[in-house]
Design a protein. Structure first.
Length: 299
């Protein structure tokens, strides 16, 4: 190392020691600093201001960066918690719907005198227009058989057409292959209700309804349609739908369109009727007296 390089190193080291000492001395001097202190302050004040401004700027940016990181972390936690609450609310809503449906089925089971079995809907294939084509229940060969009627508290749903393993498929009353004996509740007109087979509607039709001779007994839109009990499918008197349109009238007969009372897209549980209800006792309203004993009867 040359002598010139050594001198430069010593001078630089001295300046690095002397300048901070002078700045410190000037900053700590009394109220009347010397000319040397004043000169040092005039030279170093702009530099100190620039350094302070830069430090504040960097510190502000750093604080905002840290704050943003904390806010992002809090947002992630809030989003995760919100998602959990949404899932819990959806589960509680589904449970509430299931409880309401089960309570309605329990009430229906108490009212019905037929042997029945509760079942849960596990699948509902749909058409491209979001019409339910049939439903599948969680009862199989050990519980049900083909032909058994399926109902809800709102009315008939259909009948079982296929049983496999632990499951069964139910044909809806709105299917175009379904046939249900029905009665117009207000007029007493009888007919067979069949599904129209529309992909976007559950509408059914009743054809060849005999026209009533009394104009007041004519079928009207809004008339209730109930099961007749014939055909060994559904018990009598169950509301199956309402007349939504008069589609034909040839003088002696009428044709009507019926909208089923049960919205199968909302059905979650059903009741399978294992056997038809017992027929009513014709002598139930007659008072019976005991037979005579030893040729005499008590008065």
């Amino acid at each position: 190392m040359t002598l010139r390089r050594r001198l430069l190193d010593w001078i630089l080291a001295g300046l690095l020691i002397v300048i901070p000492a002078l700045v410190l001395r000037a900053s700590l001097s009394a109220r009347s600093p010397s000319r040397v202190d004043q000169a040092v302050l005039r030279v170093t004040a702009p530099l100190q201001a620039a350094v302070t401004w830069g430090a504040n700027l960097v510190g502000g940016w750093w604080g905002k960066y840290v704050a943003l990181i904390n806010v992002e972390a809090e947002n992630r936690e809030l989003r995760a918690e919100n998602e959990k609450l949404r899932e819990k609310l959806a589960a509680l809503s589904r449970r509430a719907v299931d409880i309401d449906a089960l309570e309605a089925l329990a009430a229906l089971k108490q009212k019905s005198s037929a042997d029945s079995l509760g079942a849960r809907v596990i699948a509902a294939p749909m058409s491209p227009e979001f019409r339910v084509l049939r439903i599948r229940i969680d009862r199989g060969k050990s519980d049900v058989s083909v032909g058994m009627p399926v109902i809800t508290a709102g009315g008939p749903v259909g009948r079982i057409i296929k049983v496999f393993g632990n499951y069964a498929d139910v044909e809806l009353v709105s299917d175009n292959a379904a046939r249900t004996e029905v009665v117009i509740a207000r007029t007493g007109g009888r007919g067979i209700m069949t599904g129209l087979g529309k992909t976007d509607s559950y509408a059914c039709s009743i054809e060849w309804l005999e026209r009533a001779t009394n104009p007041e007994a004519a079928i009207k839109v809004g008339d209730e349609v109930v099961t007749s009990g014939l055909g060994a499918t559904f018990p009598p008197g169950l509301l199956i739908g309402t007349v939504s349109k008069i589609t034909g009238d040839d003088g002696m007969f009428q044709s009507v369109e019926v909208m089923p009372s049960v919205d199968v897209s909302r059905v979650r549980s059903v009741l399978v009727l294992l056997a038809p209800p017992p027929p009513p006792d014709p002598d139930a309203k007659n008072k019976k007296r005991s037979d005579a004993m030893f040729g005499a009867r008590a008065l």
